[in-house]
Design a protein around this ligand. Sequence first.
Ligand SMILES: Nc1ncnc2c1ncn2[C@@H]1O[C@H](COP(=O)(O)OP(=O)(O)OP(=O)(O)O)[C@@H](O)[C@H]1O
Length: 248
Amino acid sequence: MSKPLLIARDLEVAFGGVKAADGVNLTINEGEFVAIIGPNGSGKTTFLNLCTGYVRPVAGEVILRDMPITSLPPRRIARQGIARAFQIPQLFTDQTVLENVMLAIAAHRGIWQALNPLDRPDYRAEAMELLDLLGLAEQAGTLAGTLPEGLRKLADVTVAMALQPMLLLLDEPTSGVSALERFQLMETLMTAMRSRGMTALFVEHDMEIVEKYADRVVVWDSGQVLAEGAADVVMKDPRVLERVVGME
Ligand SMILES: Nc1ncnc2c1ncn2[C@@H]1O[C@H](COP(=O)(O)OP(=O)(O)OP(=O)(O)O)[C@@H](O)[C@H]1O
């Protein structure tokens, strides 16, 4: 059995009278691809925000590989090994895809050398290797702002992967992408993440995608984990069927 990578314990947070996390307990194991599903407003994004330091819980804790990260600022949490794509636009739209990845590599290294990071052949080689992995080598010279949605998402993931995270959080990886491209996008993402030994947690509304790609599904409802387990088991749970009706 693989080791726990992220442990959330008894997390609580409220906005006004709404409990967006109401005693959340969840463990993500190393190497897992875990999907979070649930109705709109059930607290899925809040959980990602709690894991990345953008929201502070009033109770409970988040532990990343034995290290409590609950009170750390987002930047420190990112350095500890959690990266996130999509919810927060990460791409500099007026720079090329390659430049975006090279800048992420430089940011991760945290050392501002005399040489401009965009002139560094080692960063360039590392960035091109990642772009190759995500099938974006041909777009290396394209301005990030001009990419179509599916490729923009892949570029966003490439930037997140340049930070060499242990855990990658993806907020609706296939939203805004055509039905035809969704599976292709997921195949590319999964292959790339696996080859780098990453663990991933993704919020997703498309149940076909969830069933095909998630090792485990966690169902959120009213700020709580309603059910978790293998997709085919969870999707037969009457409470889940009731709550999932009406989801996209
Ligand atoms: N920063 C905030 N300020 C006020 N209320 C918030 C804030 N963030 C979330 N909420 C509220 O907390 C609840 C949970 O929101 P959250 O965005 O986490 O749900 P979600 O499951 O991600 O929804 P969706 O599927 O629509 O993205 C909602 O009632 C939302 O309005």
